[in-house]
Ligand binder design. Structure first.
Ligand code: COA
Length: 322
């Protein structure tokens, strides 16, 4: 029971659209489509365990509780994520508190050590309650938006310049659909593994095996091979960058940019990002977003150079479950 008249029950895939509506009502400037929610629910990483609960009012989801954790690894602390979304029209402090407590109780039953929550920096009500519950800021994920209309000319000129720079260095920039090497996907997977290891983080990022990794990328309704950019030097895949274009509603956002540790500082990350931006302009997008950890110096440097403007950051908070 979450509140006097809102009872939580396990969510089913049929609730995905209503949960997306709830999330969109919470953050209208970050709309989410039901098809994306359904995709996330059906594409866990290897070994991930999740519970999802919904509470309804007047036929729509008013509370959404989700808790999840990766497979526990030896010698690592057991981190798990807990989220509670309450519709602004249904908000009470106790709904939020009870949602968090429900997620934490499950995490404890799973032998979790640390509950991890995230709240946007302007969600003062949630942040105050999380602080009362004992959550403390651990890191910040910075979010950015690039105005493709206002900066169109500079962005296209920079794309051209970095394209020429790559050509000079013998590095090819192309989309995945244009690559014919049957080994490219496995090489890309290995590159993703290596680059992901270098993302600053407190909670370890556990990558899936190749099969799940492929499924999760290529069954994502926002991702297409003809919008998935790679950089190759000979047969070696040295970089990747892609923007996800969510269907129905949602702002196009960089999904990931990574370069091979052996080839950093050669302009590959920059050139790939400019290709994705030039393509977004060509596709008629007016803005794109990206997010990165506030300690990720190289990508922050690139974002600033490209003219990305900061939007609201998300604060990652941790609480020992004891
Ligand atoms: C971020 C990343 C993609 C950059 O790739 P790259 O191929 O080295 O990028 P580039 O060579 O085009 O540019 C990197 C820029 O960062 C700068 N840079 C590198 N380390 C830096 C630091 N500690 N502080 C400030 N700037 C730094 C470089 O000098 C270069 O800028 P410059 O050309 O103006 O001198 C790469 O570091 C990476 O894969 N990191 C791990 C994955 C990751 O964090 N991805 C992004 C967020 S999800």
């Amino acid at each position: 029971m979450a509140d006097a008249d809102i009872e939580l029950r396990p969510a089913t895939l049929d609730d995905a659209g209503s949960v997306a509506d709830l999330e969109t009502a919470r953050t209208p400037d970050e709309p989410v489509a039901g098809v994306m929610m359904a995709y996330w629910w059906t594409h866990p990483t290897d070994g991930q365990k999740t519970i999802r609960l919904v509470g309804e009012r007047d036929g729509a989801v008013a509370v959404f509780v989700e808790a999840e954790h990766d497979r526990w690894h030896e010698h690592e602390r057991h981190f798990g994520y807990v989220r509670t979304g309450v519709h602004p029209a249904a908000w009470t402090d106790s709904l939020f508190r009870e949602g968090m407590a429900t997620g934490e109780a499950w995490l404890r039953s799973e032998r979790g050590d640390v509950a991890v929550a995230a709240a946007r920096e302007d969600f003062h009500r949630e942040l105050a309650l999380l602080s009362e519950m004992g959550y403390q800021e651990e890191r910040r994920e910075r979010y950015w938006e690039l105005d493709l209309e206002a900066r169109r000319a500079e962005l296209l000129a920079m794309a051209e310049k970095s394209r020429a720079d790559m050509k000079r260095q013998g590095i090819a920039l192309l989309t995945l659909d244009r690559d014919s090497d049957p080994k490219t996907l496995v090489k890309l997977y290995e590159l993703d593994l290596a680059a992901t290891r270098d993302i600053p983080t407190t909670v370890p990022i556990h990558m899936s095996g190749f099969e799940t990794w492929s499924r999760n990328y290529f069954e994502n309704p926002g991702i297409r091979k003809d919008r998935f950019w790679i950089a190759k030097e000979g047969d070696e895949v040295v970089g990747m960058s892609l923007v996800s274009f969510p269907p129905e509603r949602g702002v196009p956002s960089t999904e990931f940019t990574g370069t091979s540790p052996q080839h950093r500082g050669r302009g590959v990350g920059r050139a790939l990002e400019y290709e994705t931006v030039a393509q977004a302009i060509e596709l008629g997008a007016t803005r794109i977003r990206t997010d990165n950890d506030s300690a990720n110096a190289p990508i922050l440097h690139l974002n600033e150079e490209m003219g990305y403007q900061p939007i609201k950051a998300y604060i990652e908070l941790h609480r020992e479950l004891g």
